[in-house]
Write a protein that binds this ligand. Structure first.
Ligand code: G3P
Length: 217
């Protein structure tokens, strides 16, 4: 299972990278705005900074919503760095654009996916990644993890190569449950990754080992 961090915060990206388990980064316009990164030039520079920190895939989202605009913007983003994955929304022109990018060998991440049917379309169009937003489904009393399971079943039925990127992961149990279901990737905040470290018996056990070591030295 790949671990992506879902942030545009460079300190958090560095921290996750230093842990040695980071496989990539996802961003979106809201995450950029949260860091105060606004304006096309600043956003592009920020993507370059992220690519300099990590070695894996970095999703960069298009703003255009029409086919020609998505193609133009996506091709510009893809040229920035070979780690860039063009993030395209699940809309009609987005699906057409994903097919175009796929035919040209440009990697894509189909975002804002909330149903199995949308995920099937993304795979048919040749998306590299599909991003079902599990936290936002949970927010409206709908089981986000069930969507991951449905997509896993459909992709396995037909051998689709599109990777399931569980997005809108909010906490550590989401990470574990996505791993059980077989999501290929999860993207979440740093806290969702660091939460995997924690167990009180580890802390108690380590304290005892160190205390016992000191007794004999
Ligand atoms: O990866 C998608 C993500 O950025 C959305 O997360 O927490 O805003 O639903 P959230």
């Amino acid at each position: 299972m790949k671990f992506f961090i879902d942030t545009a915060n460079l300190d958090q990206i560095k921290e996750a990278q230093d842990l040695g388990v980071l496989d990539g980064v996802t961003t979106n316009p809201s995450l950029m705005a949260k860091e105060g990164i606004t304006g096309a030039d600043n956003i592009i520079n920020h993507y370059k900074k992220i690519c300099d920190i990590v070695t894996g895939d970095v999703s960069a989202e298009v703003i255009a919503t029409d086919y020609e605009g998505i193609i133009k913007e996506g091709e510009q983003l893809a040229k920035l760095h070979d780690q860039i994955i063009v993030k395209v929304p699940m809309i009609k022109d987005g699906v057409k654009a994903i097919k175009y990018f796929s035919d040209k060998g440009i990697k894509t991440n189909c975002t804002l996916v909330f149903s199995a049917g949308q995920a099937l379309l993304a795979a048919k169009a040749g998306a590299t990644y599909v991003s079902p937003f599990i936290g936002r489904l949970d927010d409206i009393s709908t089981d986000g993890l069930n969507l991951i399971a449905e997509i896993r079943l459909i992709y396995d039925n037909y051998g689709f190569n599109t990777q399931i990127l569980a997005a809108s992961v909010r906490h550590t149990m989401h990470v574990i449950d996505c791993a059980k279901i077989g999501a290929d990737v999860m993207t979440g905040p740093l806290s969702s990754i660091e939460g995997l470290l924690k167990h009180p018996l580890t802390d108690i056990g380590l304290a005892k080992f160190l205390a016992d070591y000191k007794k004999g030295n």
